[in-house]
Ligand binder design. Structure first.
Ligand code: ATP
Ligand code: MG
Length: 441
């Protein structure tokens, strides 16, 4: 007999079927046994009744055992029908059980666990309904990012993760042995996505990047997935903000349409992404913070503090009905060398951060595309243009005005789902004291 997927059992009433999957729950009661089984497509109730030899073969079964079953699909008695769930009107009466694999579980999957214990047991705890829902939603975010940009003629490319010496001089770089040399792990695909604008005009990449963050916070990982896009022929950073707004709408639509049940299970709030995204300059945001939101010492600072980001987001949600805000015009001193300086506002950049439900999830902006202007940017940051010769070729061989963004996948997942810690939104989080398991001191 061919395998039937659990989600289509309702259509097989009265028929004999074979299913394969996991024991989700099991309860023995006298000469009967009651089960939930699950496969990738869903769950079904099972029952053994009046068949001593089948009951005998089932007696070892516990949660997470992997089985192949034959059975008959029966309609449930009227009083047990539940129309709200998959297979709520049927159950499988088991006639034969074959055990494919046993299991020894450390605790119940639905136990409330602290994060460290949950992470220590990740291969098991990822199977909980909650964790599966988180990573289903995450997969949908990636899909929506891809689909939205694909619809706008962007080409996906793979950026290298091993990069030459630490040219930008960032503190958050991991150096690695590279035969007789030292190389680094990429902190972003930035230079490569700019190079690729010269090739394909509109590009995106999805890949892991590495940051040697020495602190453990609820929003930093040491390895995260960066969703990046970069596009040519823009008038300025506002074109990038518009494209990002499209991407955010695509993500909202994708997760709402395709992971409805997961969002419900996780009690995620509906996302507010209005047609016009609230946008303010850093200096305006700082005035708002002082004049309306009760902060002092915000005006004139080069950056926003985390509590400022939270307050601005709360304000935007309440007053402007938006979970997303763009803050533009960060000072040149706070942005990387490739950031475009506003001709009309010297000292400030055509860059922006997107704040979403209390934290920055995106940095982006227009880039310097003119070769001489880019060299100036490098020198201003005390960097040596010779170290960037390879990258600079792109700017000598025809580079349009361009810009783009980097969006942290785990952060947006965390925020969409209202998770406390970004680690909950990373399958296998790396942090200062953990690679899979805790590291010894
Ligand atoms: P932060 O100020 O929060 O440390 P950043 O300004 O260093 O972030 P960028 O270099 O601008 O971050 O990276 C772009 C995006 O990548 C961020 O908006 C965020 O979504 C994500 N990101 C950056 N660093 C991390 C990290 N350590 N862990 C998880 N996501 C990160
Ligand atoms: Mg940033």
């Amino acid at each position: 007999m061919k395998r039937t997927m659990i989600k289509s059992l309702s259509e097989k009433k009265g028929q004999e079927v074979k299913i394969k999957g996991w024991v989700d729950t099991v309860r023995f009661q006298g000469k009967m046994a009651f089960f939930d089984f699950r496969d990738v497509s869903g769950k079904v109730q099972g029952i053994i009744f009046g068949k001593p030899e089948v009951l005998e073969s089932a007696k070892e079964l516990r949660a997470e055992w992997v089985v192949e079953l034959d059975g008959i699909i029966n309609e449930r008695p009227e009083k047990n029908i539940n129309k709200d769930i998959l297979n709520g009107d049927v159950e499988i009466e088991i006639t034969k059980i074959q055990i494919l694999s046993g299991a020894e579980i450390p605790f119940d999957l639905n136990d409330e666990l602290n994060l460290d214990i949950s992470l220590d047991n990740r291969p098991y705890t990822l199977k909980s309904d909650k964790n599966k829902a988180i990573f289903k939603v995450q997969a949908e975010i990636v899909k929506a990012f891809r689909n939205t940009l694909g619809n706008f003629d962007f080409t996906e490319f793979q950026a290298p993760k091993i990069v030459g010496g630490d040219a930008e001089g960032g503190a958050e770089v991991y150096n690695i042995e590279y035969f007789k040399n030292t190389a680094s792990l990429a902190t972003s695909p930035q230079l490569y996505k700019q190079i690729m604008v010269g090739v394909f005009e509109k590009v995106y990449s999805i890949g892991n990047v590495f940051r040697a963050e020495k602190h453990s916070t609820s929003r930093h990982l040491n390895e995260y997935s960066s969703l990046d896009f970069e596009m040519g022929f823009i008038k300025d950073h506002t074109d990038i903000m518009d494209m990002l707004a499209e991407v955010m709408r695509g993500i909202k639509k994708g997760v709402e349409e395709n992971t409805k049940d997961e969002l419900k299970l996780l009690q995620a709030e509906e996302l507010l992404i209005p047609d016009k995204i609230p946008t303010m300059k850093l200096s305006e945001a700082q005035v708002l913070l002082e004049e309306k939101l009760g902060f002092e010492n915000a005006v004139g600072e080069p950056d926003l503090e985390p509590e400022h980001e939270r307050a601005l987001c709360d304000y935007a949600k309440k007053e402007l009905k938006s979970d997303l805000i763009f803050v533009t015009h960060y000072p040149v001193s706070k942005r990387p060398f490739y950031t475009y300086e506003d001709e009309d506002e010297k000292g400030f950049t055509k860059s922006f951060d997107a704040l979403f439900k209390g934290v920055e999830i995106v940095s982006g902006g227009q880039r310097r595309h003119d070769y001489d202007n880019l060299i100036e940017g490098l020198k201003m940051k005390g960097l040596n243009p010779d170290d960037f010769k390879f990258y600079l070729q792109a700017f000598k061989t025809g580079m349009p005005p361009h810009g783009g963004i980097g969006l942290g996948l785990e952060r947006i997942t965390q925020k969409i789902l209202g998770l406390k810690n970004v680690k909950e939104a990373s399958l296998f989080p790396r942090e200062i004291n953990r690679i899979d398991t805790l590291l010894s001191e």
